[in-house]
Design a protein around this ligand. Structure first.
Ligand SMILES: Cc1cc2nc3c(=O)[nH]c(=O)nc-3n(C[C@H](O)[C@H](O)[C@H](O)COP(=O)(O)OP(=O)(O)OC[C@H]3O[C@@H](n4cnc5c(N)ncnc54)[C@H](O)[C@@H]3O)c2cc1C
Ligand code: SF4
Length: 329
């Protein structure tokens, strides 16, 4: 492992100044993803700036009824928070579907958003990988494809984003609050992660040194129900093959509002806007849910090894919406 120095900071602006001024410096929070990458040689920073003790560990109610989640709030604490369990079940369920109890006790909101792909080639420094080493190639296109993307991929990268929490945040129209040297800016979840295009090394739209300080959730209408459903190879401790986060207001049998995000199928949490558009104002029936899901997946470009994800995503969207429409929380 390459030697590095470790620094603790207690002020967000100080953290930003430290990392922005040094291209080889990175933030570390819970360390559950970054430390693996240090050991594997995937990440080779000179300086680790520890942001886990910044005063960003509160979950606070907002005046408009929404919620502000500090970047240092642990995944386990967030999943157990009464306001999250009561108001945003999709988020609590997504968090509890991820990793293990021990990891969730340490992992943070900011670190979870910024975790990197689990593509096996990305984590193996003996293989080429455009995301780890731009221009070196993408062996996943001809190799192990089970975890690869079916939507929004490019010839340069077919990796998927691994976070469960981020999928729920996408369906909730969350806003990521970011601090840089020029001050604070607010980034909608839909603009936070990016598709690979010809720059797969960039997972997000963050500038070097920008620090995630919080995530804000807008209030949900009273009639909305929400849920997260994750399909994976094992019942626990496995990343999503396909996952669905959905928020549905279907009182009286009509879809008044619906928001759907997919995990395990793209380089970023995939907002299913085609399906949403088809469903709004129409009947809340299984047939309508399936037709909308099929319309969303019409854009899929599967590889031989991950074609199963297309019907799996259609079925998972349909089942999640059917349960929500039927009243299941
Ligand atoms: C065995 C195992 C199984 C797992 N299974 C799942 C799963 O099923 N689902 C799932 O969603 N996740 C899973 N995970 C991933 C886990 O959720 C992440 O490792 C964790 O959320 C990362 O949070 P952290 O605080 O430890 O981040 P760190 O490892 O500390 O950091 C991760 C990245 O975020 C950056 N970073 C951290 N905080 C900030 C900030 N405030 N601003 C800007 N950048 C920041 C760091 O520089 C680093 O690049 C698993 C992990 C392991 C090890
Ligand atoms: S899919 Fe992306 S992360 Fe995986 S090998 Fe290809 S370039 Fe690397």
């Amino acid at each position: 492992m390459k030697p590095f120095t470790y620094e603790q900071v207690l002020d967000p602006a100080e953290a930003v100044a430290r990392v922005t001024g040094s291209p080889e410096a990175v933030y570390v929070a819970g360390g559950t993803n970054l430390v693996d990458h240090l050991k594997l040689g995937v990440a080779t920073p000179d300086v680790l700036v520890d942001v886990s003790r910044l005063p960003l560990d509160e979950v606070e109610g907002l005046e408009d009824g929404g919620l502000r989640i500090g970047a240092a709030v642990r995944n386990a604490d967030l999943a157990a928070h009464a306001a999250v369990r009561r108001g945003y079940p999709v988020l609590a369920q997504a968090l509890l579907a991820g990793a293990s109890g021990q990891i969730r006790n340490v992992a943070t909101t900011g670190g979870n958003l910024l975790q990197r792909t689990r593509c096996v080639y990305f984590q193996d420094v003996t293989t080429p990988c455009n995301k780890r080493e731009p221009g070196s190639g993408c062996p996943a296109r001809e190799g192990f494809q089970r975890s690869a993307a079916v939507l929004g991929a490019s010839e340069h990268c077919v990796a998927t984003h691994p976070s469960d929490m981020a999928v729920a945040l996408a369906a909730l129209d969350a806003v990521v609050v970011v601090l840089g040297t020029d001050g604070e800016r607010r980034v909608p979840m839909s603009d936070f992660h990016r598709l690979p295009g010809d720059r797969p090394e960039l997972d997000t739209t963050l500038a070097q040194g920008e620090l995630v300080t919080a995530v804000e959730l807008p209030a949900l209408p009273d009639a909305s129900r929400s849920a997260y459903r994750k399909v994976r190879d094992r019942a626990s401790y496995a990343f999503a093959l396909v996952s669905v986060a959905a928020v549905l207001d279907a009182s009286g049998g009509t879809v008044h509002d619906v928001r759907i995000a997919l995990g395990g199928v793209a380089h970023k949490p995939w907002r299913a806007s085609v399906a949403e558009e088809r469903l709004r104002g129409g009947p809340a029936t299984e047939e309508a849910f399936r037709a909308a899901a099929e319309a969303e997946l019409a854009a899929a470009v599967p590889l031989d090894g991950n074609a199963f994800k297309v019907p799996m995503a259609v079925n998972t969207i349909t089942a999640t919406l059917r349960n929500l429409a039927g009243g299941s929380r």
